[in-house]
Design a binder for this molecule. Structure first.
Ligand code: TYD
Length: 138
């Protein structure tokens, strides 16, 4: 199986001055990028996420440091350790996600398919399970 959070490898241009990675919406990620946000100053014992989205698609990167990404499609769970700024995890709609085990100074960047919309969030796990089950029979 391709996994619930497909890993995306971005290009890297390396020369003696360092590494350069770039990302183009619709090319390296499968949507037009409408929003970028990032998490930083995250306490090492913090837990982020704890929700799913009805429509939003995202790609999550560890630009610096590392963290654990746990994903759940309502039937199975997987976990990924993100630690390479060239490699993102694509998270489709209707995937419950949790992020924790942030290293000191970690920076998590997220590319998102839509602007912020609180009504797109599913923050109740049982409601998520019902929505995921409905989506499977559709
Ligand atoms: P949330 O998405 O719950 O954070 P995480 O999943 O990383 O733990 O968002 C936390 C708060 O920030 C919440 O009050 C909504 C707000 N927020 C915005 O205003 N705009 C945004 O683009 C995002 C991602 C969050």
């Amino acid at each position: 199986s391709p996994g619930m959070a497909q890993l995306i490898d971005l290009p890297v241009v390396t020369d003696p001055r360092g590494d350069l990675t770039f990302v183009e919406g619709g090319n390296h990620v499968p949507f037009d990028i409408a929003r970028v946000y990032y998490l930083y100053n995250v306490p090492v014992d913090a837990e982020r996420g704890g929700h799913a989205h009805r429509q939003l698609q995202q790609v999550v990167f560890a630009l610096s440091g590392s963290f654990r990404l746990r994903v759940d499609d309502g039937k199975a769970r997987e976990e990924y350790w993100l630690r390479d700024p060239r490699q993102g995890a694509f998270i489709n709609r209707l995937i419950w996600r949790e992020m924790d085990r942030f290293s000191q100074g970690a920076v998590c960047m997220v590319l998102a398919s839509h602007p912020y919309d609180e009504t797109d969030y599913i923050r109740d796990y049982d409601e998520f399970l019902q929505a995921a089950a409905r989506a499977r029979v559709r």
